[in-house]
Design a protein around this ligand. Structure first.
Ligand SMILES: NC(=O)c1ccc[n+]([C@@H]2O[C@H](COP(=O)([O-])OP(=O)(O)OC[C@H]3O[C@@H](n4cnc5c(N)ncnc54)[C@H](OP(=O)(O)O)[C@@H]3O)[C@@H](O)[C@H]2O)c1
Length: 365
């Protein structure tokens, strides 16, 4: 069930260079309730976010700072102004953000960042198409890097919980999909199928999440994983990451990248960040949490987008790919009180920010 409201044909009204307003919280996080009650951030805690300069991590840090946390972010090069300047502009960053150098492939390099933190949000993972050697460029850094971060976590006696950013590609790459049974957190992608199809990103995320579960069970680390669908929304980093630039390509009329997706779940970046914080804060959160607003075929996505943004040259037809149909069952995260933002807001916020950043002309959106 996609439940897409196609009837709304209202065009997005955008002012050129309009500043993106902070999207209001639709649900209060436990940390905010406590802060509001005391009017002081009485429960300020230190948490670490790996891959801090990335698309998702930057938004997560923005939300953590707004919720009163002290944040230690890891980046490969804290001195690279171009990569980190947007983080220093976040509200609260000057007072409560520290950036630390760490690389997934350097054993022990997360020790300093993680030490003294009660929570670790591990988001860093290569998200790119391999150019030469997929195992070396994607699979190894994802698995080795995750274990490297977790080994640092193990040394930290103050650690309460690790939240790992997984991906819906760890759930949906299977040959035995039954269209009548929505996929939930019990589903795992087939490693054999990923290898056979040479789809390295799903392989890397599946093996990394499995390795994390094994390590955390063996070492009694409290692990919760968030499993986002394709993330849509404003990009804080000025340079678009690979998924955001794929989406921009679609809005500009390219079919190539989206062709291969066939069918995909989509979710607002703010929902993904809030979901990470919620499952970190809720004591009763456990296991894996799918995070997806709606699952759509390319044709349905394109039809929705071209109705909403009629002046953009969005492709209307894709080659038919014979792939099994699936849906996601997100009742587990919703049972924690989580509400997803409407699809219209997800795409409007994304398009607005692409206009603000000059990627799309305001006269077209
Ligand atoms: N975007 C989506 O649609 C989507 C959907 C589901 C799950 N996810 C997951 O969300 C997480 C963040 O992805 P994103 O979309 O925000 O992409 P991104 O902007 O490319 O972020 C990836 C981050 O990983 C870091 N990284 C890569 N290799 C590293 C290494 N060897 N050492 C240290 N850091 C390294 C990158 O650091 P640099 O900045 O230094 O390159 C970057 O900060 C990933 O775990 C991804 O699998 C994303």
């Amino acid at each position: 069930m996609d439940g897409l409201p196609f009837s709304r044909k209202k065009r997005l009204v955008l002012k050129p260079n309009s500043r993106l307003k902070l999207i209001p919280l639709r649900q209060q996080l436990p940390s905010e309730k406590k802060m509001n009650a005391d009017s002081e951030p009485s429960n300020v805690k230190r948490v670490c976010v790996t891959g801090a300069a990335g698309y998702l991590a930057s938004w997560l840090i923005k939300r953590l700072l707004l919720s009163g946390y002290n944040v230690v972010g890891t980046v490969r090069d804290p001195a690279n102004e171009k990569k980190v300047a947007h983080l220093w502009r976040l509200e609260g960053a000057r007072e409560r953000l520290r950036l630390v150098k760490a690389d997934l492939m350097d054993e022990g390099s997360f020790d300093d960042a993680v030490m003294g933190c009660s929570g670790v949000f591990h988001t860093a993972s290569p998200v790119l198409n391999p150019s030469f050697d997929p195992k070396a460029e994607i699979v190894e850094p994802a698995i080795k890097g995750t274990l490297n971060v977790l080994r640092s976590c193990k040394k930290n006696l103050q650690l309460r919980r690790v939240v790992l950013t997984s991906s819906s590609s760890t759930v949906r790459v299977r040959e035995d999909l039954d269209p009548s049974v929505p996929l939930d957190e019990t589903s795992w992608s087939s490693v054999e199928l990923c290898e056979r199809l040479k789809i390295w990103y799903p392989l890397s995320k599946t093996l990394a999440e499995k390795a994390a579960w094994d390590f955390c069970v063996d070492n009694k680390i409290d692990l919760v994983t968030v499993i986002p669908a394709f993330v849509i929304g404003p990009s804080l980093p000025p340079e678009l990451c690979s998924t955001a630039s794929d989406f921009l390509g679609l809005l500009k009329g390219e079919t190539k990248k989206f062709q291969q997706h066939g069918r995909m779940g989509y979710v607002h970046i703010d929902d993904v960040a809030l979901c990470h914080i919620l499952v970190y804060e809720k004591d009763n959160a456990q296991g894996r949490y799918l995070c997806s607003t709606a699952v759509m075929d390319n044709d349905k996505l394109a039809s929705f987008l071209s109705t909403r943004y009629p002046l953009l040259p969005i492709p209307t037809r894709f080659e038919l790919i014979n792939r099994p149909r699936y849906e996601f069952d997100t009742s587990k995260v919703r049972s924690l009180g989580f509400e997803f933002k409407p699809m219209e807001q997800m795409f409007d916020d994304c398009v607005t920010s692409l206009v603000d950043q000059g990627y799309i002309s305001s006269s077209l959106a």
